[in-house]
Structures are given as structure tokens and as C-alpha cells.
Ligand binder design. Structure first.
Ligand code: PXL
Length: 258
């Protein structure tokens, strides 16, 4: 039994499926990964995107599920309406539990989604989700509301909460996360001032998925995911996080002494 990330490929290693696998691994969870799109990018800029065709995405999911018993899926960059429909139908077919990270733009600002994908996300995928993890920008698009402070984030969470449980992540809310699962709960965090944040949304969502897989309840999983992400940002280097802060023999950081 294990988990799967269905997301884009960021060759810089900071976000997308590479980030998700690193996060799962650091939390001692075996990860599988289905790629929805290739990107050419680094922490500073997004150069290009090649989406994977839906038929091939289906094949990746089907072949992995032939051999692996997947309990939780985390979705990241899905790019288009077509890919969302494909993924949603596979989630239904295999009755998988999903955490949806509604990825829309890269940390560098480049667009990672087509315009029409937001409606499909709401129509096909969010109703199947156990949780969605928008940042402020994504929560504004999903709710249609402007978010300037915590009370706006609460309003947006209530709106998005019509589809599924939601946590509006607090990178821009002084580090506090607004969680709604039928009740509003503000998870107090602390804002980590750092340049090493490329992939922080992916890390948070993947960590929440790993903790849910380990049978923590939603609130516990989110508190732990927030803690894990803050520590990974603090240990980050050259623009990205380092999820391997737990390990004494850390071979994953970019400034590792050879
Ligand atoms: O952090 C959002 C994200 C998700 N998926 C891919 C990305 C990024 C950000 O750059 O590249 C593939």
C-alpha cells in the first residue's frame, strides 16, 4: 500500500513530481509518480511546457495500479481541462482518496495551467477530494473573492468548502493556514522569511498526503505538514527547499560538502 503523485515534471528538482517524491521519501513513504506535463524551468523562470496526452496519462495510472495498491493520490499541475477529466475518471474508477493541490502558476510567476482548467477543477475533481490546498492566489481564483487578510481567507475557504475540505495556505497570511472542514479552524504558524521557497506549496500538499496516508486525521496532518514545510524551507538552499533536514547524513542538499 502506498501513495501516488499525479503532477508536472520540474527538471530543476524543486517542485512537481520530483519534489513530491522527495517529500514522501523524507517522511518514509514510498511514492509513485504519474507525469501530466513536462516543463522547462528553473527557480527563476518557466520557459516552456509540453503536456502529456491523456491516453498516456491513463496508461501510466493503469500500469502502476496493476502492481501497486495505492491508497492516497496527490494531484499537482494538471494543466488542462482534458487532463483533469482524465484524472477524475481514474480516481473514480479506482476509488482513490485524493488531495488536490490546485496548481495554477509557478513560483517564478509562469502559468502552469490553461484558463479553462479552473471550471473543470471545480466540476470534476474537487467534489472527489478529501482536501484541497490552495495558496492565497489559487483561493482567490477558486472562490472568485479577493483575499487581503485572514477574514477574507475565511470567506474564500467557506466558498471553496462547498466542494471539499480546504486549507488556504498561509505563506501570505503571516504564516497562518485557514482550514475548513465544516468548521473554520485557523492553524497558527509562523512566516519563514526565505528565498528558498520554490516548491513549498508542493511540499506542504505532499506532506499532508503522506501524513493522511499514515492515518493522522486531517487537522493533525495539516499541522504536521506545516511544521515539515517550515523546517524544509529553513534548511533550503539556492531557491528550493531541503526535505532531508531530519537525517544526519544528508546527501540531498545543494551545498553538501563532497
Ligand atoms: O509549486 C507549483 C508547481 C507545481 N508543479 C510544477 C511546478 C510548480 C512550480 O514551479 O513547476 C511542475
Amino acid at each position: 500500500m502506498t501513495v501516488m503523485s499525479i503532477a508536472g515534471f520540474d527538471p530543476s528538482g524543486g517542485a512537481g513530481v520530483l519534489n513530491d517524491i522527495k517529500t514522501f521519501q523524507a517522511l518514509n513513504v514510498y511514492g509513485t509518480a504519474v507525469i501530466t506535463a513536462l516543463t522547462a524551468q528553473n527557480v527563476k523562470r518557466l520557459d516552456d511546457i509540453i503536456p502529456v496526452n491523456s491516453e498516456f496519462i491513463e496508461k501510466q495510472i493503469d500500469t502502476v495500479l496493476e502492481e501497486e495498491n495505492i491508497l492516497y493520490v496527490k494531484t499537482g499541475m494538471l494543466y488542462s481541462s482534458d487532463i483533469i477529466k482524465t484524472v477524475a475518471s481514474k480516481i473514480k474508477e479506482y476509488q482513490l482518496k485524493i488531495v488536490v493541490d490546485p496548481v495554477m502558476v509557478a513560483g517564478s510567476g509562469g502559468l502552469l495551467s490553461k484558463k479553462d482548467m479552473v471550471n473543470s477543477l471545480k466540476k470534476y475533481l474537487l467534489p472527489l477530494a478529501k482536501l484541497t490546498t490552495p495558496n492565497i492566489f489559487e483561493a482567490e481564483i477558486l472562490s472568485g473573492l479577493e483575499i487581503k487578510d485572514e477574514s477574507d481567507a475565511v470567506k474564500a475557504a467557506l466558498k471553496i468548502g462547498e466542494y471539499c475540505n480546504v486549507v488556504v495556505t498561509g505563506g501570505h497570511l503571516e504564516g497562518n493556514d485557514v482550514f475548513y472542514d465544516g468548521h473554520i479552524n485557523v492553524l497558527r504558524g509562523e512566516l519563514v522569511e526565505s528565498q528558498n521557497t520554490h516548491g513549498s506549496g508542493c511540499t506542504y500538499s505532499a506532506a499532508a498526503t503522506a501524513y493522511l496516508y499514515k492515518s493522522f486525521n486531517l487537522e493533525e496532518a495539516l499541522i504536521k505538514a506545516g511544521d515539515f514545510t517550515r523546517k524544509s524551507i529553513r534548511q533550503g538552499f539556492n531557491g528550493t527547499l531541503n526535505q532531508f533536514w531530519k537525517f544526519k547524513e544528508c546527501t540531498n542538499i545543494k551545498n553538501h560538502d563532497l
